[in-house]
Design a protein around this ligand. Structure first.
Ligand code: TXA
Ligand code: MG
Length: 318
């Protein structure tokens, strides 16, 4: 594996590797993705292998512009077009009817495909150089903490990825929000764009974000257990007695707590977006300490708080 600073030469090498059927990791504004050319079923199969991801969990296809979008989806219904107009390029994923050229492995056999037009300059430069849509889930082993730096990718996926483009820390730090139209607009995953912002554009969304038990959830990816650190984590409403804090780490929203072996505060200013940007970074740091437990304070549900609460709930599910 080579970790390369994402300059023009590195992006050209990464595009060439993708064109030759390899997998490449790259930054987006949300998290790092592990990409392959979306039309290349063999290359996409390697993504599932490298991540140890079950093939019932479909991938997100990244596109540069409207022209590339038209190679991936059959049509864009009016409400989806409104959202694309408002939020693309950006951290919104739309689930739309797929074109037959998108192989079944990308969509786990579904007739729909999840698409996103990313805003990150490195992701865009890679798409422009590759001239192909890129299928990319988050660049972490299945079920583990999402990667918000090139170092997270290197440490978690090791030798199996040919090139990691290093574009620094990802600005939003949490995955895209996913909306489907079947035919009613439905929220499938809380993410970096708050539900309220989407509802302000197109009215209320059905909510299909509730975790489902079992291996083949009705909305794929809505798994009860996900985003998990190795260290056991629990969400707490009130601090435990001092005596049981010493061997553990604390993840606070706005405030710290005394007596813990280590702690991080997501946003001293109490901003949900700042907290979202730090969530996985801090979880990676606390996890690396190998303590007996992480106590995570419950975050307020407003705005991006819903996405944070969703990640913490799944990370703590056992
Ligand atoms: O921010 C992001 O979305 C990042 C960056 C790399 O773009 N990607 C990401 O991908 O989070 P991933 O694989 O971790 O999440 C993909 C999820 C699936 O687990 C599933 O919930 C949903 O997208 N999905 C994909 N295709 C779908 C489909 N056809 N129908 C319903 N849900 C779908
Ligand atoms: Mg993921």
């Amino acid at each position: 594996m080579s970790v390369l600073r994402a300059d023009t030469a590195a992006i050209a090498s990464a595009a060439a590797a993708l064109g030759a059927g390899a997998c490449v990791a790259f930054p987006t504004e949300t998290v790092y993705g592990l990409g392959a050319v979306a039309f290349d079923a063999r290359a996409v199969a390697q993504i599932f292998e490298i991540k140890a991801r079950p093939t019932f969990d479909p991938l997100i296809v990244h596109v540069l512009d409207a022209e590339m979008l038209a190679r991936v989806v059959r049509d864009v219904p009016p409400l989806a077009a409104r959202l694309a107009e408002k939020f693309w390029p950006g951290a919104l994923t739309l689930v739309l009817a797929k074109r037959p050229e998108i192989p079944g492995i990308v969509t786990a056999g579904l007739e729909t495909v999840a698409v996103r037009m990313p805003a990150h300059p490195v992701a865009r430069a890679l798409l422009a150089a590759t001239k192909m849509p890129i299928a990319a889930p988050s660049a972490n082993p299945f079920g583990r903490l999402s990667p918000t730096s090139a170092e997270h990718v290197r440490a978690q996926l090791g030798e199996r990825v040919e090139i990691v483009l290093d574009g620094g820390a990802t600005p939003l730090g949490i995955e895209s929000t996913i909306v489907a139209f079947d035919p009613v607009p439905t929220l499938l995953r809380h993410g970096a764009i708050a539900r309220e912002s989407i509802e302000a554009e197109i009215g209320s969304l059905l909510d299909a974000t509730a975790p489902t038990e079992g291996s083949a959830p009705q909305a794929p990816g809505q798994l009860l257990q996900h985003y998990a650190p190795r260290t056991p984590i629990r969400v707490i409403d009130r601090l435990p007695p001092l005596a049981v804090r010493a061997g553990a780490a604390y993840l606070g929203f706005q405030h710290g707590a005394e007596g813990y072996a280590a702690q991080r505060v997501l946003s001293p200013a109490g901003s949900e977006s700042e907290a979202a940007a730090h969530l996985f970074e801090y979880l990676h740091e606390l996890d690396a300490l190998g303590l007996e437990r992480i106590d995570a304070a419950r975050v307020p549900q407003r705005g991006l708080g819903a996405a944070i609460a969703d990640r913490l709930a799944r990370a703590s599910a056992r």
